[in-house]
Design a protein around this ligand. Structure first.
Ligand SMILES: *Cc1c(COP(=O)(O)O)cnc(C)c1O
Length: 399
């Protein structure tokens, strides 16, 4: 799963290229940097790899979501629909721009349920964030068609599925904008970092300017200090060191995915013996990045018994239903409207609560999550780990 498993000479060489110039900033210092522009090069490599026309590197996957939403003109009071199974960053970005997160059920893809999405669209819906969770595709073609019919832009949170495809097309290139994370546990990593991709030049310009305090990046005699600005921005700039590591990691991404696929296939083959087991619906196995292996049991009790046995044998699986960072009913800070802001923003404005989220609002997802178990898949799996996992799954098949 994490790209740090394959750190090697390539990453070191890239980083030393940057340190040799002494320039860590992605802009300016033209004479001193001797032609080294790692972040720019990384953006170009990312467009070549994904097939998107434009890429904008940023500081994190969370920043990428905020930059994408802002570039698409979404802001305070707007509603943004996403799914109730995702990392907290997805709705943190929505809250951070003052918008209201609205959550859909997930289906057997463990991603957004298009039927529920359709029910939740209102006149206030100004964007949809589809998440390609756990390495595999959401029903993005269907969701895009629904969104198009309502004229609502789609952002694909591809933080967990870099390198994934659906029917030969890269995840992140279906919607108005795709966002990626390169944090320390993602398949390709730069420690911290993120990327936004789009095919629309205007959207890219807005992202580029917004992420750099509004700088318009138009060459002028005054240099950076002489640049103009069309709107207010913020600072989400990626550093040269991250761009350098990103270049080395991107070159290894397909090999990492191939390693994960082989390890996942081993586990899946063994898990077939579990009684009543079914597998997460993968829309296109070819395009799966295999960062996780997900299987479902018949009900919550059976899943708990199977997991107890797996734990006893040193190979406990993740049950996302119990996990407070990824599943809606466990997000008590969101549900209870807890904020550092003394006036209660973004949950309260003018002394009045702006919106509520009912913990029971996603019953279909809760039922599914309670009987779902999951293993993260490493790029390299030691023989001893393989044996332990396969042995535990074999033991659990008698339950
Ligand atoms: C990791 C992750 C993010 C946030 O990325 P950071 O780089 O850690 O800020 C956003 N969405 C999902 C689904 C993630 O898994």
């Amino acid at each position: 799963m994490p790209g740090f498993e394959v750190f090697g000479e390539e990453e070191k060489k890239q980083v030393l290229d940057v340190l040799d110039t002494g320039v860590l900033f992605r802009y300016e210092f033209d004479a001193q940097r001797k032609g080294t522009y790692k972040v720019l090069e990384f953006e170009k490599a990312f467009t070549t790899y994904t097939g998107a026309k434009y890429a904008q590197a940023v500081t994190s996957g969370t920043a990428a979501l905020k930059v994408a939403l802002t570039a698409l003109g979404v802001g305070a009071g707007d509603h943004v629909i996403t799914q109730g199974f995702t990392f907290v960053a997805t709705w943190e970005a929505i809250l951070d721009i003052g918008a209201v997160p609205v959550f859909t059920e997930i289906d057997t893809t463990l991603n957004m349920d298009p039927v529920d999405l359709e029910k939740k669209i209102t006149a206030d819906t100004k964007a949809i964030i589809v998440v390609h969770m756990l390495g595999a595709q959401a029903r993005i073609e269907q969701i895009k068609a629904i969104a198009d019919a309502h004229n609502i832009p789609v952002i694909e949170d591809t933080a967990q599925s870099a390198g994934g495809t659906l029917h030969g097309k890269h995840l992140g290139t279906f919607g108005a904008c795709g966002t990626f994370s390169f944090d320390s546990v993602k398949t390709m990593t730069t420690g911290e970092g993120g990327m936004c991709i789009t095919n629309d030049e205007q959207t890219w310009r807005c992202m580029s300017e917004y992420h750099d305090h509004g700088h318009d990046h138009i060459p002028n005699p005054g240099g950076r200090g002489g640049e103009g600005r069309s709107f207010v921005g913020f600072n989400f700039r990626m550093m040269e060191l991250q761009g350098a590591i990103g270049l080395a990691q991107l070159a290894k991404l397909d090999d990492m995915i191939a390693g994960q696929k082989a390890n996942k296939a081993l586990l899946k083959n063994c898990a077939k013996a579990l009684s009543g087991v079914s597998f997460r619906e993968i829309l296109d196995h070819e395009g799966d990045t295999a960062t996780f292996f997900v299987f479902m049991l018949e009900n919550a009790e059976h899943a708990a018994a199977v997991n107890a046995c797996l734990r006893e044998n040193g190979a406990g699986a993740i049950n996302w239903g119990e996990n407070c960072w990824h599943f809606y009913p466990q997000w008590e800070n969101l549900l209870e409207g807890k904020s550092l802001c003394k006036n209660g923003w973004p949950f309260t404005a003018g002394g009045k609560r702006r919106f509520y989220h009912d913990p029971q609002a996603l019953p279909a997802s809760a039922e599914l999550m309670a009987r779902t178990l999951c293993y993260p898949i490493p790029v390299k799996m030691a023989e001893a780990d393989k044996e332990r996992l396969l042995n535990a799954l074999e033991k659990a098949s008698h339950i």
